[in-house]
Design a protein around this ligand. Structure first.
Ligand SMILES: [Zn+2]
Length: 388
């Protein structure tokens, strides 16, 4: 059974900012390196060994994400795969706005939710809106706000007050549609509810350690500030996005599994929480949480697009077990705009295959499959954020 979602616009629920001049300035020959997971980590993580850059680059031609992008983009740019890198660079450089907005139109992308915490300094999202030709919604990451508040203050109470003021100010901005935390990269997802004394003591340990981040220093303080974030998010009706699962190699891997989130999701069960990356690679745990907690949502980036062949399995699992109006498409593009494009195109195709197979096996009707497809690609994320 063929399900056709080519007319379904895509809203990408998780991506990052980019700027035309920086894209043009990147070495053209490294383009495919920068779109593999390993290559992207060389741009985002602090714990990588630069001496391994050549070894990482040597794997690019053997990595499906790069192989497929080379072929698909060459078709799109009407050149041979061998000529892709110079052709892509010339096209981008000649008119970045025309090239990038053309990619968005070709993939039928209509809006992006952009996490403003990477890269830093922040990308001007209104400029990005002109560059892409589509709507950019701001997701305000809390960790840079915490860092700014820490630098301006000298006590836990003052830090919290300054942080709260930053949250309130972000919430006043109409373009800011959600808050985001990467606490998995700081102290882990097992967020508790520490007492005032524990928070004060944590601040002092963190300070005494020269602001070295760790579960033995800043954890209680960070846990408390995430609880504060949820309170403000409730007041202003903004969903909270939580990075769940692994990411680049800076993550606190031992406490990144989504099952760690149980206490937090229980404490704020009445507030929409989006599990960014659906706990990658611990999909089963994230599926379990979203199938039980009514307001826990799943966002599929990392499986999309880097899972490639695995995207079908991921969709089969979550569509099978989770209410389908809680599943959000996302790409986690964090380096090159072509990632938005290939992820949208391959993600839509995977969804068509999985829904088509479900109809063939009589798990749903064609009409139901089409509604689910539109919901996952765009309508769910818009509805959850009050944008429908
Ligand atoms: Zn991301």
């Amino acid at each position: 059974m063929k399900i056709n979602l080519s007319q379904a616009p895509i809203v990408d629920a998780h991506s990052h900012g980019f700027q035309a001049d920086k894209l043009v300035a990147e070495p053209p020959e490294g383009f495919l390196d920068r779109i593999t997971v390993m290559g992207m980590c060389f741009g985002s993580a602090t714990g990588v060994n630069p001496a391994l850059a050549d070894a990482v680059s040597a794997m690019t031609d053997h990595t499906l994400m790069a192989m497929l992008t080379r072929r698909r983009l060459a078709e799109y740019l009407d050149c041979s795969p061998e000529a892709l890198l110079p052709t892509r660079h010339t096209t981008l450089k000649a008119d970045p706005q025309a090239y990038i907005s053309g990619l968005m139109a070709d993939a039928n992308l209509s809006a992006l939710f952009v996490d403003d915490g990477f890269p830093l300094p922040k990308v001007d999202q209104l400029v990005m809106q002109d560059l892409t030709g589509i709507t950019i919604h701001r997701v305000a990451r809390i960790e840079p706000m915490i860092e700014a508040a820490r630098q301006q203050t000298r006590s836990a109470a003052d830090l919290e007050a300054a942080f709260q003021a930053e949250l309130e100010s972000a919430a006043q901005e109409p373009r800011c549609v959600a808050f985001k935390s990467i606490i998995a990269y700081r102290t882990g997802l097992d967020v508790g509810d520490p007492s005032r004394d524990e928070v004060e003591a944590s601040y002092k340990r963190w300070q005494a350690a020269g602001w070295r981040e760790g579960r033995d220093t800043s954890k209680a303080l960070r846990d408390h500030l995430l609880n504060v974030t949820f309170e403000i998010a409730k007041k202003y009706e903004r969903p909270v996005h939580i990075h769940s699962g692994a990411g680049d190699t800076d993550v606190v891997l031992t406490h990144a599994r989504p099952s760690n989130l149980g206490p937090l999701l229980t404490r704020f069960a009445d507030h929409p929480t989006v599990l960014i990356h659906s706990g990658f690679p611990w999909l089963g745990e994230a599926t379990y949480l979203a199938s039980l907690y009514p307001l826990a949502y799943l966002e599929l980036s990392l499986y999309f697009p880097w899972g490639m062949l695995d995207m079908d399995r991921v969709l089969t699992q979550v569509i099978g077990a989770v209410p389908t109006n809680k599943i959000l498409y996302g790409s986690d593009e964090a380096s090159e705009p072509e990632i938005l494009w290939i992820s949208a195109k391959e993600g839509r195709a995977a969804l068509e295959r999985v829904l088509g197979s479900a109809v063939e096996r009589d798990f749903m009707t064609t009409q139901e499959a089409e509604v689910i497809g539109h919901n996952i690609l765009a309508r769910n994320v818009l509805r959850v954020h009050g944008l429908a």
